[in-house]
Design a protein around this ligand. Structure first.
Ligand SMILES: C[S@@+](CC[C@H](N)C(=O)[O-])C[C@H]1O[C@@H](n2cnc3c(N)ncnc32)[C@H](O)[C@@H]1O
Ligand SMILES: [Zn+2]
Length: 272
């Protein structure tokens, strides 16, 4: 069983009861939906950090439609190859990917953390087999060396902290958007597209890049609701102009292509 630590003092948390406690007396209630808020006010940088309820609801609706199932399939395949007993999904959102992996690996002990309380609440309702925590990726509330696999799906990469909570020989699965991801959506919302060929800086301190796979697939969305849900999942949503938003709202059909990069990083052994 994975060892959780107190986000305030770092001591082990007893997670057996409906209130999780450390020996210093810090305590955290298990919410009705089953998640636990382990984000102390001192680690919050805003009142409601992370994705908003609106973004989380849009992501849930979009992912539940199955359009991104090929991404979940590849994640499950790469995870299964590790024969893991425990996995952590960082920036887990509303829990779609971890749930899909656990559907294929039912004995996997699954943990998800996200800084957005709304996201974690949705995740906990969706999936009772995993444990979901509101927490920050920059200070993961776990003891050292707990996980065989740590995934970050379109979310943060913090190598030092990720390496700390992974077991020796554990693996970090980093999933990011490729340079040609969602060009169809971009051409709807931007008057001109500047294609950014991202610099291939793949080195991560404490890890060795073992494998890189590019997944590409086409899909078509019917109806502007689906187009708006996709938009709300992307970083474009936060910088879109009024005109761009209007064009997206008026789009009834969108044919697009996903391009997603999977990197498998292996935690380096201790150097003596
Ligand atoms: C682009 S979303 C991806 C969500 C999910 N992995 C998915 O692909 O459906 C990024 C997620 O990271 C979360 N996030 C942002 N900053 C974070 C932090 N410091 N610690 C943990 N999660 C964070 C957001 O709340 C959001 O749910
Ligand atoms: Zn404590």
């Amino acid at each position: 069983m994975v060892q959780v630590i107190c986000p305030v003092c770092g001591a082990k948390l007893n997670t057996e009861d409906r209130t999780w406690r450390c020996e210093a007396g810090h305590c955290f209630d298990v919410a009705r939906q089953g998640y636990v808020n382990l984000l102390p006010v001192s680690q919050k940088h805003s009142l409601r950090p992370g994705d908003t309820r609106e973004q989380v609801a849009a992501r849930k609706a979009f992912l539940d439609s199955g359009v991104y199932a090929p991404i979940a399939d590849m994640l499950a395949e790469l995870t299964a190859a590790e024969e893991p007993s425990a996995m952590l999904d960082v920036g887990c959102g509303e829990g779609y990917y971890l749930t899909q992996v656990q559907n294929r690996l039912p004995r996997l002990e699954g943990w998800g953390i996200d800084i957005s309380k709304d996201a974690v609440r949705y995740a906990a309702v969706r999936n009772k087999r995993a444990r979901f925590l509101t927490a920050t990726a920059s200070r993961l509330p776990f003891a050292d060396g707990q996980f065989d696999v740590l995934s970050s799906m379109f979310a943060l990469t913090l190598p030092e902290e990720f390496s700390r909570v992974l077991k020796d020989g554990g693996c970090f699965l980093q999933v990011t958007a490729g340079a040609d991801h969602l060009m169809g959506l971009k051409s709807v919302i931007y008057p001109e597209i500047h294609r950014k060929e991202k610099a291939a800086e793949t080195a991560l301190a404490g890890f060795t890049l073992q494998e890189e796979r590019m997944l590409e697939f086409d899909f078509t969305l019917e109806g502007s609701d689906a187009v708006m849900q996709l938009l709300a999942m992307t970083p474009h949503y936060l910088r879109i102009t009024k005109e761009g938003l209007q064009r997206a709202q008026e789009t009834q059909r969108l044919s697009d292509r996903a391009q997603v990069c999977f990197r498998v990083y292996r935690k380096n052994g201790t150097v003596v």
